[in-house]
Design a binder for this molecule. Sequence first.
Ligand SMILES: Nc1nc2c(CCc3ccccc3)c3nc[nH]c3cc2c(=O)[nH]1
Length: 373
Amino acid sequence: MSERFSFDLHARDGKARTGVIQTPRGAVRTPAFMPVGTAATVKAMMPESVRATGADILLGNTYHLMLRPTAERIDRLGGLHKFMNWERPILTDSGGFQVMSLAGLRKLTEKGVTFKSHIDGSKHELTPERSMEIQRLLGSDIVMCFDECPALPADRDRIAESMRLSMRWAERSRAAFGDRPGHALFGIMQGGLEQDLREESAEALKAIGFEGYAVGGLAVGEGQEAMFDCLDYAPGFLPEDKPRYLMGVGKPDDIVGAVKRGIDMMDCVLPSRSGRTGQVFTRHGVLNIKNARHIDDPRPLDEACTCPACRNFSRAYLHHVFRSQEIISSMLLTWHNLHYFQEIMAGMREAIAAGTFAAWEADFHAGRAQGDI
Ligand SMILES: Nc1nc2c(CCc3ccccc3)c3nc[nH]c3cc2c(=O)[nH]1
């Protein structure tokens, strides 16, 4: 274990990179996929099961945890790692994104955001300073700046104004974060789909200086083509020697396309949330287990998969427990999807190290039949 936070780049293949983020709580192999544990749990998964899928780090959510059970209570109980029994690294979002998508009666000013809890209607305020305090109380290893992510579509002036507010909040986040050896503060680049605004945001963040840099403001409905167009230039505006985190992405082909364009870390609720709706990701494409065609199928979801769902159960069984709304359905499908997403990451790390990323990517796309699998 290292006593400090560092990023070692081991190999590149085109724009794709592979390396290791060292933290006092353990190493994070990059490119990394980070499961989302919003309310101090990756839904339907025990922490040791999340680790068994290959995850080195998971995500927590300032917005949810500040409302319930509150950051102060988690701090009194020993911090988020102890509270949720996950002793490896945790990254927490700063809360602003979730306020704008979940809370009611929001008021945005230069100071921050006031809002009413979606749980009980109580009034709350989030500012850069309060967000840093909450993430410190949680014990987060990687802290995200407090930012504003504008809903798309938005006109250029709105995006520019929002980005410049986020840069002023990044300055305040840096000042409030203080000196926390072994912990990291990541800046978040904004600027919508405007190349010049993205560059202005990156320059502002580099002038402040962060241990890592996120590409924010994407995966908000712009679509894959627009996202990739932005990723064709945005990561390149960020420091070469620091981790680059693309927030909220994504489907398997989004993830591969992002790594190909120089992204090192990603998060998405997709594998866990869709598992609970019966959606299953495999190397041959996507299927939904609730479809009647699985009712007598003795085969596993994916013959080549080594996860507990594929090793021990048939599609017929998984169809049955999904239809019967049995709890084990969410457990097995979530485990399978997270396992498959980590398999994609492991495959890319190996291919980049071997200089065979293009061949790996071609094989990845070739395996994904269209339609029923
Ligand atoms: N702070 C912030 N978060 C974002 C998230 C949530 C990621 C997250 C982190 C940790 C836990 C849950 C979610 C986004 N999700 C999709 N697009 C996103 C954009 C942003 C963004 O611009 N800023």
